[in-house]
Each structure stands twice: as C-alpha cells, then as structure tokens.
Design a protein around this ligand. Structure first.
Ligand SMILES: [Zn+2]
Ligand SMILES: [Zn+2]
Length: 265
C-alpha cells in the first residue's frame, strides 16, 4: 500500500461527506452531497469513481444522507449502516437495489477491500449515531462529528488514530448571544447536540495524549462559529496544555462548501 489519504468533500449543517482512499480503494463517510457534487469532487481530487467501494453512514440527519439515494443509483456501491438508522433512512431513499445494504454493529470491525472499519456509538439526537475508525496498514483515521459530549467510549475508539476529524460546532458566546430560539440553543449545547469549540479543545488534548497527530475540525456552524475562531480556541487549549503546533500536532478546519485540501498519512 502506498498511501492513506483523506479529504472532506463537504462539512457542516449544509452537508457532510468525507473521502478516505488508498491507492486501491476508497470509501465515503456519509453522503450529504449531491450526485453531481460527488462526481465533481472526485474529479477535482483525481480519484477514480471505480475505486469507491462503500459509503459509511453515521446517522439519519439530512445533512449526512441527502445524496445517498442518488449516489446509490449512480454508483451502485454498497452502504454500511446499522438497523436502527436504516429504518429512519429508507423512506427517503427512493428506488435502489436492496442488495447494496450492509448492516453493521457497533464495536464490530469489518473490512471493505484493503480497509478495516469500526463503528462506535456517540451521543447525539439521532436513533443510533456512530463515529468510525478506518484503518489501513499505514495507520488509522477517526471520524467523530455530531456528538453532544465526548465520553470514555469515544476516546477508546479513537485511541491511536493518527488523524481525526473532530467536531467543533459552535462558540459558546456566539450561540448564547445569537438569534436561535432558546429550545434550539439548549438542544445544540446539550449532551445529545454538538461539541463547542471549548469542548473540542479539551477533547483534542486527550487525543494528542493517545497518539493523534493531526486534527481536522469539522461540522462548524455557519451561524455560531468561524473557522479562525474554532482554530484559535483549540490551538489555545493545546498550547496551554504544553503542545506545540507543527511539532506535536497539525490543526486545520474542514471547508463547508468545497473540497478540503487532501491529507495523507
Ligand atoms: Zn450533522
Ligand atoms: Zn446530526
């Protein structure tokens, strides 16, 4: 195997999809991207659509599955999903070949071509939301967005992931002062909502301690965050904990509407 590469194709409440590829195969985490958007993104990254071997679904929210039906019809690749989430997703998928369904179970690893995958439960207001680790002989990539809190299970699952996508959804002060109705603010900040920049910073300290070298802040809110603010908050937390950017870690933020710069491990 020559490389393990990743790029966020979209990130945020308007759509989420992450590509992870080796020289032999590739998988998507979530399908919150249009069929056309995916085709363009693959072209931009010089990735052959023939390499796409599966789509890993995290949960049923629209920003993660809006393109799934179209992508299944266009690319005819299997999608991996737990039973509870499938039940939620099925009615909106339209016609597709049911042979493409692969049921997965939390904490049970499975293979897609040359990649080893594991789903782990996370805390979010969906029926059975999960994060994923995706490993090749070259290392592991963790994907962990849409979670209201980080618990021991999450850290255990991500332990040893060289690169992690971690949510930094909102700045506490911007959320507090913003125009959202109180109920929605409470939902976002609650244990089944999303991670704030501060919570993300605290989680990053732990990730670094357990072997992560690169973090891509993801699923940033359009209304309650700014990329520079998320990066600054997390960088400050890591610096305060004694880590040095560039030496101990690399930190970037995934782009909302475009393909993010690919990263290789
Ligand atoms: Zn989401
Ligand atoms: Zn969600």
């Amino acid at each position: 195997m020559k490389y393990l590469r990743t790029s966020a194709l979209r990130s945020g409440s308007s759509g989420n999809s992450i590509l992870i590829s080796t020289d032999q195969s590739s998988v998507l985490v979530d399908a919150g991207i249009t069929g056309k958007g995916l085709t363009c993104a693959l072209g931009e990254l010089d990735e052959s659509p023939d390499k796409l071997k599966g789509i890993l679904i995290t949960h049923e929210h629209c920003d993660h599955i809006s393109g799934l039906g179209v992508i299944l019809r266009r690319y005819k690749i299997p999608f991996f999903i737990n039973k509870e989430t499938l039940k939620q997703v099925l009615p909106g998928l339209g016609r597709f070949d049911p042979d493409l369904i692969r049921i997965i179970y939390p904490d049970e690893s499975f293979r897609i071509d040359d990649l080893e995958i594991m789903a782990f439960p996370i805390s979010h207001d969906a029926v059975a939301p999960v994060g994923y680790t995706i490993s090749s002989g070259l290392g592991t990539i963790g994907v962990c967005t849409d979670l209201g809190c980080t618990d021991e299970r999450v850290f255990q699952a991500l332990s040893g992931s060289k690169l992690c996508y971690l949510e930094a959804n909102y700045d506490q002060e911007l959320l507090r002062m913003g125009n959202y109705p109180l109920k929605l603010k409470e939902r976002i900040a609650g244990h089944h909502g999303h991670l704030s920049n501060d919570e993300s910073g605290a989680a990053c300290i732990r990730l670094l301690q357990q072997g992560t070298e690169r973090i891509i802040l993801s699923h940033l809110s359009q209304e309650n965050n700014f990329p520079h603010l998320a990066l600054l908050t997390v960088n400050d937390a890591l610096t305060e904990a004694g880590a040095k950017e560039g030496l101990d870690y690399q930190l970037t933020a995934a782009r909302r509407y475009d393909v993010s710069e690919p990263q290789e491990i």
